[in-house]
Design a protein around this ligand. Structure first.
Ligand code: SAM
Length: 457
């Protein structure tokens, strides 16, 4: 790679010493590419027998795989069925380190485009909830689309500053992920365009923002809870430096060592002030593992005092009885009836994760699973309901095979002809949900969302 900033190259030479030539050598190789199987929809075994890709396991992430150079998983109908998420292999590590278990209350503070939120949701297995937050107005939309495609039910999405969230959620979450905005040096091989926004002073400037985000995150963690701080950059200012500052400012937090040193290197205290604690942080080097450059630290908050509790969303704002229009739709078209924890906002009907706290006063993109729209006395099922439903839970389905012309036409938004029957139908690819259609007069009217339609050939 010839466009690496000169000041960056000089800085890495100074930091790495004798290891520098090996580090630079890796820029001659292509980046590794990976995907993560969506265990909310399919088992790893079933995916391996179905997927037409050349897959090799990523050792540090269950369900994570490298795919081959010739594979194009982003163009395959299974991608649109949400059977996997395309994710750089090193980027799979932070959410693994967080150690999420079913039932946890989890905050992903810097969440878009959503790869790690999806990993967290898969670990929750539908129990507990995820609050997925993204500050940026356009990125939060992409986050919403991704979690919808992946069929995540128990997640709410907010577009907030860490400070405003911290004012609501004091000592609250069991797990928090801070996948911080950073100077992106670890992505230079994969995203050469990022070199042009880098400057020598950028790491120092961004570390100010990182400290502020971490400070607010710390306030929101419950006593005894765990928090991961991660970046995709090499600079010590944004990594060991931020962790060192954080530990000094927060004596109730300590670093936790986990099994991941089996695959990754340790942080380097000498690059900041020599504090021996910093060897408990993780460095992922692109010349040592099959993945790009990352840094992570796992913190635990001292377990004194209890976690705070907040009023539940559905208890404060839920409706006591399902709307009639929705009830009619469910009776006619669904075999699984979602009847509790419902909430109406304007003409939209949502299912709210039972343990989700009230989000009043926050900017909410969605408070849970969007079931659909109630309009002119009718219920129109939402794409999120299709994507989070299995074919067995819907009364009528039409299945296309992944190599059929029909599946491509459906994803492109065409009306298809030659079908019997009447009413709402779940369109599936090899048995996995793709979206809604509506049958009438021998036609399948296409309800695949307009903004998501794609030409895949
Ligand atoms: N975790 C994401 C994933 O796995 O897909 C990637 C997150 S990316 C490294 C960092 C995110 O932090 C960006 O989406 C950015 O918009 C957001 N961000 C930037 N400034 C922020 C701030 N002050 N507070 C919270 N998030 C911020």
């Amino acid at each position: 790679m010839s466009n690496l900033p000169e000041a960056f190259v000089d800085k890495m030479k100074g930091l790495l010493g004798p290891e520098y030539p090996r580090f630079m050598g890796c820029f001659k190789n292509p980046p590794y590419q990976g995907l993560r199987v969506n265990t909310l929809k399919i088992t790893i075994e079933d995916f391996l027998s179905l997927a037409p890709f050349e897959l090799q396991p990523v050792p540090w992430a269950e369900g994570g795989f490298y795919y081959g150079d010739e594979d194009r998983p982003g163009k395959h109908p299974y991608y649109y069925a949400g059977l996997y998420y395309i994710q750089e292999p090193s980027a799979m590590a932070p959410a693994e380190l967080l150690g999420v278990r079913p039932g946890h209350k989890v905050l992903d503070l810097c969440a878009a485009p959503g790869g790690k939120s999806f990993q967290i949701a898969a670990r929750l297995k539908g129990e507990g909830f995820l609050l997925s937050n993204e500050i940026d107005a356009s990125r939060v939309i992409v986050l919403g689309e991704n979690l919808e495609r992946l069929g995540v039910r128990n997640a709410a999405i907010t577009q907030e500053t860490p400070g405003r969230l911290a004012a609501v959620f004091k000592n609250y979450f069991d797990r928090i992920l801070v996948d911080a905005p950073c100077s992106g040096e670890g992505m230079f091989r994969k995203r050469p365009d990022m070199c042009s926004v880098w400057s020598y002073t950028l790491p120092d400037r961004i570390s100010v923002r990182q400290k502020s985000i971490l400070k607010h995150a710390a306030e929101m963690l419950a006593p005894g809870g765990r928090m991961v701080y991660s970046t995709c950059t090499f600079s010590p200012e944004e990594n060991e430096g931020v962790v060192d500052w954080f530990l000094k400012e927060h004596p109730d937090f300590s670093l936790v060592e986990d099994v991941y040193f089996k695959w990754f290197d340790r942080g380097v205290p000498e690059w900041v002030n020599g504090s021996p604690e910093l060897v408990k942080t993780y460095r992922l080097w692109p010349h040592k593992i099959k993945g790009e450059g990352h840094f992570m630290a796992l913190f635990e908050k001292r377990a004194d005092g209890g976690a705070s509790s907040l009023p539940l969303f559905y208890k404060r704002r839920g409706i006591s009885k399902p709307p009639v229009e929705y009830e009619c739709f469910m009776k006619e078209y669904m075999r699984e009836f979602i009847e509790d924890h419902l909430y109406v906002h304007k003409d939209q009907l949502y299912w709210i994760p039972p343990s989700l706290p009230d989000l009043s006063g926050l900017k909410v993109l969605r408070p849970g699973l969007r079931l659909g729209t109630i309009k002119k006395g009718r219920f129109i099922p939402g794409h999120a309901l299709a994507m989070s439903s299995r074919k067995e839970s819907v009364a009528q389905t039409i299945d296309f095979s992944s190599d059929s012309r029909e599946v491509m036409q459906y994803l492109e938004g065409f009306t298809l002809i030659g079908f019997d029957g009447k009413g709402w139908v779940l369109v599936t690819v090899d048995g996995y949900s793709l979206g809604w259609g509506k049958l009438s007069d021998g036609m399948l009217k296409n309800y695949y969302p307009k903004g998501l339609r794609r030409v895949l050939t």
